[in-house]
Write a protein that binds this ligand. Structure first.
Ligand SMILES: [Zn+2]
Length: 86
């Protein structure tokens, strides 16, 4: 489910910037989050990656970040917990 982005959760403004992207300055490569399926592995942690959706408030500057494909990240997290605890 997509969170509502029509008002700022901090100041209530409707000046919402929804076309921003997170990227590194130099290369323009997108910033990602990653969740390991094998958190205890030395090398091959089998990361699940996701890019982030960004919404910025044009009035106060508050930034909301949402991971795309959160279900895949959570599934990777649960798999990692099974390996870590198992
Ligand atoms: Zn705001």
């Amino acid at each position: 489910m997509q969170p509502a982005s029509d008002t700022c959760p901090r100041c209530g403004s409707t000046a919402r910037i929804t076309t921003a992207e997170l990227a590194t300055d130099n290369t323009g490569l997108p910033i990602v989050v990653k969740v390991p399926r094998r958190p205890d592995a030395a090398v091959f942690k089998h990361m699940e990656y996701a890019t982030l959706r960004v919404t910025i408030c044009g009035a106060c500057g508050h930034v909301d970040l949402y991971a795309k494909q959160p279900e895949a990240l959570y599934e990777a997290f649960l798999e990692g917990e099974q390996h870590r605890l198992g």
